[in-house]
Write a protein that binds this ligand. Structure first.
Ligand SMILES: [Zn+2]
Length: 346
């Protein structure tokens, strides 16, 4: 996802001669996401003159071309010696197509860096099986201590599909869209209703060879969005994209449903709708549903993972002020900018 690949054009530039490693799938998805970021910036009127240094690297086409020339492929479970004494082995992270966790061996000290990962099974992946015997494990704890209290997501999906004429499912173009399309098929919703996707979400579904029943529609608007249609498309948090356009166009229709899936960042329309904020409710009259679907490990499977770890444990991606559970003695949750010593010199 962009929160992991967005800085690539900034880090790898023709003038610094750096190279990068990833799986082929990650490269393919990064290419789509980064070029689409570049065209979004341009469409917002951002030029080399008014761009921030970070945005500027996206406006320079030769920079993006150079980036994808400096790519080195990695294969899952295959160790590569990136430089003498520095070996990297990727393991499938089950978070998203091509996503991996890295076991890094630095002169004999082993570090597992999970990035975003899910130990749970989903429609797309079987759940990450990662080594637990590294000297240090730095892992994603997004749902640590956050037991899911929400309803079973499939019950909510069926309920939304049964009650609403038209249904808009805002979803990340990469991962969440494909997970939703698969679920709609398994729940037999696609047998009764037309399921569509658009734009980047459609492009990714097609390139990943998604095996499920869905239509790709161009230029979807309220006029050709018909009763009983279901659309799964970006942006996942409703800050733009086709999903936002359709929600604006159908705002007065109580028979249209919006199914929010998964985490919504504060200050987004998705967050406001999910939490029934009064200003959002005044403007948007649709029927709102919320289903918990995630590419991160659940609280329960995180606990199991932590119990198995034998070395030093460093948990990142947790909300502020997260406190380790009593049984997780020695679990380090670093504060922003805090320096952590991974291994003392001998
Ligand atoms: Zn992600």
């Amino acid at each position: 996802h962009l929160d992991h690949t967005g800085a690539l054009p900034y880090l790898i530039r023709p003038e610094n001669g750096k190279r990068w490693y990833a799986t082929q799938t990650t490269k393919m998805l990064a290419e789509k996401l980064l070029y689409s970021t570049s065209s979004i910036l341009r469409s917002k009127g951002i030029t080399k003159k008014n761009a921030s240094p970070f945005q500027k690297v996206f406006l320079n086409n030769s920079n993006l071309i150079n980036l994808f020339n400096e790519f080195n492929p990695l294969k899952i479970n295959k160790t590569v010696e990136v430089s003498p004494g520095f070996k990297v082995t990727p393991y499938s992270a089950s978070h998203l197509y091509g996503s991996v966790s890295y076991k890094i061996d630095v002169f004999g000290t082993t570090i597992l860096f999970t990035g975003d990962f899910s130990a749970d099974e989903s429609e797309l992946f079987s759940g990450a099986k990662l080594p637990t015997d590294c000297d240090v494990t730095i892992f994603d704890g997004t749902y640590y201590n956050r037991e899911t209290v929400e309803e079973d997501p499939n019950t909510v999906i069926l309920q939304a599909a049964e009650t609403c004429d038209r249904l808009i499912i805002p979803a990340f173009s990469v991962g969440r869209t494909q997970e939703m399309i698969k679920r709609l098929e398994r729940l037999r919703v696609s047998a009764k209703r037309r399921v569509m996707t658009t734009g980047l979400a459609a492009d990714v579904s097609k390139s990943m060879g998604l095996r499920a029943k869905f239509d790709i529609v161009k230029n979807l608007s309220a006029d050709n969005f018909e009763n009983s249609d279901i659309v799964v498309t970006g942006h996942g948090m409703l800050q733009g994209g086709t999903a936002r356009k359709l929600i604006d166009e159908t705002s007065s229709d109580e028979n249209t449903g919006i199914l929010i899936c998964g985490y919504q960042a504060p200050n987004t329309l998705g967050f406001a709708l999910k939490n029934s904020h009064s200003i959002a409710k005044k403007r948007y009259h649709q029927n709102i549903f919320s289903a918990h679907i995630s590419g991160h490990s659940s609280s329960e499977s995180l606990n199991e993972f932590i119990d198995k770890l034998s070395g030093k444990k460093v948990m990142v991606h947790t909300p502020d002020r997260t406190v380790p559970r009593e049984e997780h003695k020695g679990l380090i949750i670093p504060k922003y900018n805090q320096e952590i010593v991974l291994k003392n010199k001998v």
